[in-house]
Design a protein around this ligand. Structure first.
Ligand code: ADP
Length: 153
């Protein structure tokens, strides 16, 4: 009946929703940022992790609260070191592109047991040195989208 059709349509819109429609503004720091400054940014921006880029905004890595805790707990003098020494490097960073579906992003987040993914635009060359960071998509973004869809019923 009607209800079945509405449910099917809703499911379809969830499957079709694109990362580009949902992602938020990325919180970015430079590779040269110190660990101390990164901790301050984490608190000021109220996020769980920070995306690290080069001067042109190309993805270099990601640093999370646990990465920062781990290094500073063992060694207080580490706070003046650059985050590039402790970040998860680009080769190991899971990313999505704006054209990917939100469902793809959710699967990657669960599979990797992480909180968020950088959203990158890979230029024509596909050269990873030139992946431009345009956003971040988080568990919270995705749950909010689900709640919006339920309340639209
Ligand atoms: P927390 O530090 O609070 O556990 P995360 O779950 O975001 O926060 O990070 C867990 C680990 O995974 C950290 O070492 C972090 O550097 C790494 N990490 C975070 N996001 C990603 C990602 N998109 N791809 C790969 N590794 C990531």
């Amino acid at each position: 009946g009607n209800r079945g059709a509405a449910e099917r349509e809703q499911k379809l819109s969830l499957l079709k929703m694109k990362v580009g429609d949902l992602h938020s503004v990325p919180i970015i720091i430079r590779e040269t940022t110190t660990i101390q400054e990164a901790v301050v940014s984490l608190f000021l921006e109220n996020v769980g992790n920070l995306i690290v880029t080069d001067a042109e905004g190309h993805l270099a890595g990601i640093v999370s609260r646990k990465d920062l805790l781990k290094v500073t707990l063992g060694n207080p003098s580490a706070s003046s070191m650059p985050v590039s020494l402790i970040m998860t490097r680009r080769a190991n960073v899971t990313t999505v592109e704006p054209e990917d579906t939100v469902l793809d992003a959710a699967r990657k987040i669960i599979a990797q047991q992480i909180d968020s993914l950088p959203v990158v635009v890979k230029s024509e060359s596909d050269n990873p040195d030139a992946w431009k960071v345009v956003g971040r998509i988080t568990k919270t973004n995705i749950i909010k989208m689900l709640l919006d869809m339920v309340s639209e019923e």
